[in-house]
Ligand binder design. Structure first.
Ligand code: NAD
Ligand code: UDP
Length: 318
């Protein structure tokens, strides 16, 4: 197949492009390089089946493709809050453009949504039928509400125009090729631990997250894209599906785990908790298990080990 990956030069997108090429597809990687890097996909450029297009999804584009993975959007709070209006445009205009393209060329489209659609959740763990607890006027809302509207658009293009849609709600994902200065907790803690610096713990560190290794996520994403109608009685393939690792850790526990993986005794520096920071997060993955036969295979300790190795090599090479 000929497959378009928007945000393909980013962290998750680059791993997805790699997997799709390995499975024999033609891959078109589209990116505006806001948080993505050419070097994330350098190793793929020798392939005749791989192309990179510099383009911003807020502008329309016409391409002949069979499938579209719509990942274009900065994912780190630091980056999505840098230009919040642009984040809304990327999620709304970008998704409309990609859905318009899917409609025109009859491609199947998968939207990279997020656990942030649940906001600061009052239901724990989060099931897909929970409608969420989101502040629509806070600093995170450009991303949260943008992603929620992107889901609305997916459902409406499906119901109104018969577009073949899939929605994956991604929970915190980590691994090699995250940016060193990305601002997300796993990359921050690892880089700080390797440099012998104090780890910046926001708030008390009692807030929780569930961390999924990128290879597991990409596997779940590809399964959802390729699952057919009626694959499981009682589950509509167009409804959102949580994909994440149900292992739940406080940020204090994560700091300890990073210390263990990096082989250092960690020292913590307490910093202010960002506004509207969700207190708890853990996916209920019953739907993914039923519909996709998917569950994560890489435990946090193992995934952190691989990620520490990646960052250690980068830091050494500088
Ligand atoms: P990332 O920032 O590494 O990748 C995003 C990519 O999109 C980058 O390459 C960036 O340059 C590109 N991009 C941004 N705006 C664009 C635009 N207007 N036009 C074209 N390209 C644009 O982030 P990631 O972690 O790889 O996340 C990928 C997707 O998965 C995002 O949609 C994100 O919201 C979603 N997601 C990620 C996580 C996670 O924990 N990593 C969790 C939930 C959802
Ligand atoms: N966090 C932290 N130190 C950091 C970066 C983040 O303690 O240096 C906390 C942050 O407050 C949040 C959690 O780690 O509670 C996850 O943050 P991240 O930005 O990675 O993702 P998100 O909040 O979007 O889940």
């Amino acid at each position: 197949m000929r497959i378009l990956v928007t945000g393909g030069a980013g962290f998750i997108g680059s791993h997805l492009c790699e997997r799709l090429l390995a499975e024999g597809h033609d891959v078109l990687c589209l990116d505006n390089f806001f948080t993505g890097r050419r070097e994330n996909v350098y190793h793929l450029m020798d392939s005749k089946r791989f192309e990179v297009v510099r383009h911003d999804v807020i502008e329309p584009i016409l391409l002949e493709v069979d499938q579209i993975y719509n990942l274009a959007c900065p994912a780190s709070p630091v980056h999505y809050q840098y230009n919040p209006v642009k984040t809304v445009k990327t999620n709304v205009l970008g998704t409309i453009n990609m859905l318009g393209l899917a409609k025109r060329v009859r491609a199947r489209i998968l939207q990279a949504s997020t656990s942030e659609v649940y906001g600061d959740p009052e239901v724990h763990p989060q099931t897909e039928d929970y409608w969420g607890h989101v502040n629509c006027v806070g600093p995170r809302s450009c991303y949260d509400e943008g992603k929620r509207l992107a889901e609305t658009l997916m459902m409406d293009y499906h119901r109104q125009n018969g577009v073949d849609t899939r929605i994956i709600r991604i929970f915190n994902t980590y691994g090699p090729r995250m940016l060193e200065n990305d601002g997300r907790v796993v990359s921050n803690f690892i880089v700080q631990a390797l440099r012998g610096e104090e780890l910046t713990l926001y708030g008390t560190g009692a807030q929780t997250r569930s961390f999924c290794y990128v290879d597991d996520l990409v596997e779940g994403m590809m399964r959802l894209m390729n699952v057919g109608e009626g694959a499981h009685p009682g589950v509509d393939v167009h409804d959102p599906v949580n994909v994440g690792n149900p292992g739940e850790f406080t940020m204090r526990e994560l700091a300890e785990e990073v210390g263990r993986a990096a082989g250092v005794e960690v020292r913590l520096r307490q910093c202010p908790l960002p506004r509207d920071d969700p207190r708890q997060r853990r996916p209920d993955i019953t739907r993914a298990r039923k519909l996709l036969g998917w569950e994560p295979a890489v435990a946090l300790r193992e995934g952190l080990g691989r990620t520490v190795q990646y960052f250690a090599e980068r830091i050494k090479a500088k």
